[in-house]
Design a binder for this molecule. Structure first.
Ligand code: AMP
Ligand code: MG
Length: 338
């Protein structure tokens, strides 16, 4: 399949992308979190093409993207009171809300569940394309299933060129990790996946919030609340092992494992002591920088020939919780505590 690359400055190109989406085609679009692979959320057949292009398991539901508040009403069965507060505070932005779904949402989108995940993204390009297409867009991350999510257009081209109809090239994604997924169908809202909006930020607006156990624990044998959070995900080809400890202990540990294909994914503060090839994903306390860099550094490690990637674990606080959640899955939960 020929994949057209469209610049965000090309007005006619964006109109063409919207037309493709109306015709049931699939188009990758930049968002403020990661690149999304979009199709008309009301067209089950179009949505199936997303799963095919990504090689995504059918039971992993998709997030539906809308351009305005009105856009949610046809998609949901009822609107919990807390939604208005949350959407008022965080939309457009990286917060996805789970609602009971209406009948017009195809089961392909909900992965067979009776709920639907919805958000209003903050990136002007996807908002413009949703308006031009006149339909809500279902869009998971625009990567091959299992690999690190795409935060620059080249990642999308590497993974999906020849498999989808078009890619809108919008430069680098601002946040770098996916949206926070919050279930508001229960009495106490529950974070199913941590992301760009933190628990503390949500609690300031909505009161008490829970965190699903699967966010930092390996859930086996039972159905994950957020099916995309099953344990292996976001992985480069290299084996990833997390190492938790002070900078000194991390550096000593990694230097003791020097060998063919052994790489470090460290913090800026660790770099000077390391004797193995390394990549840094930001300063140890700068969780926003880590979120922005993590996925591209995982891909870069593969490009540089890493076979074993020893990652200095971050703290699971604030946006650091989202970073740690992705790291755990990239490492299949393998973490060494020094
Ligand atoms: P992705 O679009 O690849 O970032 O993945 C979307 C995430 O949202 C996955 O973790 C899904 O499991 C989650 N998700 C989407 N819809 C639902 C839903 N109805 N209930 C729970 N989780 C959902
Ligand atoms: Mg994804």
């Amino acid at each position: 399949m020929y994949t057209e690359i469209i610049s965000i400055n090309d007005k006619e190109g964006l109109a063409r992308a919207a037309e493709m989406l109306k015709q049931g085609k699939v188009v990758a679009l930049p968002t403020e979190t990661v690149y999304g692979l979009a199709a008309n959320a009301l067209d089950g057949e179009a949505v199936r093409k997303i799963f095919k292009a990504k090689g995504r398991p059918q039971d992993n539901p998709l997030i539906v993207h809308v351009a305005d508040f009105e856009g949610i009403y046809p998609l949901v069965d009822n609107v919990p009171y807390v939604m208005k507060k949350l959407a008022g505070a965080f939309w457009p932005g990286p917060l996805t809300l789970i609602f009971k779904k209406s009948d017009i949402v195809p089961l392909e989108v909900s992965g067979g569940l009776d709920t639907v995940a919805i958000r209003m993204p903050a990136h002007p390009v996807i908002l413009e394309v949703i308006r031009l297409a006149g339909v809500p867009l279902a869009a998971p991350s625009a990567n091959l299933s299992g690999s690190p999510s795409p935060t620059i257009s080249r990642h999308v081209i590497d993974d999906l060129s020849g498999r989808i109809d078009a890619i809108v090239d919008g430069g680098d994604c601002e946040v770098g990790v996916e949206s926070t997924v919050l279930d508001i169908t229960r009495d106490i809202p529950c974070i199913l996946r941590p992301g760009g909006i933190t628990k503390e930020e949500i609690e300031r607006v909505a009161g008490k919030v829970e965190i699903a156990p699967s966010v930092v624990e390996k859930i086996e044998g039972q159905r994950a609340l957020s099916p995309g959070m099953k344990y292996k995900h976001y992985s480069p080809r290299a084996r990833v092992v997390l190492v938790r400890g002070t900078s000194k202990d991390y550096v000593n540990y990694v230097n003791g494992l020097i060998g063919d294909g052994v790489f470090a994914l460290c913090f800026d503060e660790d770099a000077k002591g390391l004797e193995v090839p390394y990549l840094s994903y930001g300063s140890c306390k700068d969780y926003n920088a880590q979120a922005k860099l993590l996925f591209s550094k995982l891909r870069e490690a593969d490009e540089k020939g890493a076979k074993l990637l020893l990652v200095h674990s971050t703290e699971p606080v604030g946006v650091g919780l989202a970073v740690y959640n992705r790291l755990l899955r990239a490492a299949e939960f393998e973490e060494i505590v020094l």
